[in-house]
Design a protein around this ligand. Sequence first.
Ligand code: GMT
Length: 379
Amino acid sequence: MKIGITCYPTYGGSGVVATELGIELAANGHEVHFITYSQPFRLTGREHGIFYHEVPVSNYPLFEYPPYDLALATRMSEVAAYYQLDLLHVHYAIPHSISAYLARQMLAERHRRLPFVTTLHGTDITLVGLDHSYLPITRFGIDQSDGVTAISSYLREQTLQQFKVKGEIEVIPNFVNCDVYTPLSAEVREAGRAQFAEPGEKILVHLSNFRPVKRAVDVVKVFTEVVKQVPAKLLMVGDGPDRSQAEWLARRAGIQDRIHFMGKQASVNDLLPLADLMVMPSEMESFGLAALEAMACRVVPIATAVGGVPELVQDGENGRLFDVGDIDGMASAAIDLLSDDTKYAAMAAAARKTAQQRYCASKIIPLYEKYYERVVERA
Ligand code: GMT
């Protein structure tokens, strides 16, 4: 098939999922066209079967707000016509589903079909879509989509309840390429760990866009308790509004030398397997992709039981779950696991098994392919 993909190309879970999906689809022989305002950060631009089309947004003094949604709709319709796309797949409802709707209407005028699938990722429903000014247009975009998927059962239920949408929503969970996100050999892992930690020290990792919903400050609070009992280092991967507060707290606690603030990283598959624990204390996660990527690397998640996370993490089996803000609970679970090699090894193995058995790209990509076929057939 020839598939157009639109997403937020910069840092964020939905853009990562969209990019990885495009890479997997191209590897399966499909032709994939990314239509976004900049090249998705996990793409090099040289991948076989993947084409990138930038959306230029002209700005005139008259426009206080440049109309990106309209520029996107125009580019979507052009790319669809020039490359004879079978369908568009947009990630994150706002404004992508509305631009796709406009592109479909524009092409219909010229007797061309362009069905589109919208994948809901989380904050498009749980935060942005519930802002009164966005709710009706988000509902409209969802209702107009030729297919709608959600990345967890939790998000599907939320959308049905809050938006009272008309059509079906198919749950297709997020995925990870278990060959790319995979444990390292003992030798390579030890060499990698030596860049960040002394021999015998444990490594904790946090990966996010440091938005308030991620509670990055809680990670530092948990780590402050952990290092009182276990020699350890913390890798803070990513950047965003709460980074400065997290850095300030680390200094105030006097543990700044134990924390590496690494900023945005293009690839994390070489970093995650160096760690022992992933700390994800989010206020909300519709799925929790960072935890899945860590689990695939045999890293145990210490997370909060919010949104779709309990669909991925079963407390005490393949990770640990706590209430939001339960710093003591998360810290003592981390200390317990880092002090008991047998318990840790069993949980780490279960984490990897969960990724392999339920969320491997090889299992999830065919679900998207079948879904596309159904959408194209009935459009
Ligand atoms: O929270 C983020 O990282 C941003 C957001 C996005 O759309 O980029 O993430 C959402 O989508 C991810 C990929 O599907 C999910 O793994 C995250 O759980 C979800 N974030 C929230 O629900 C807060």
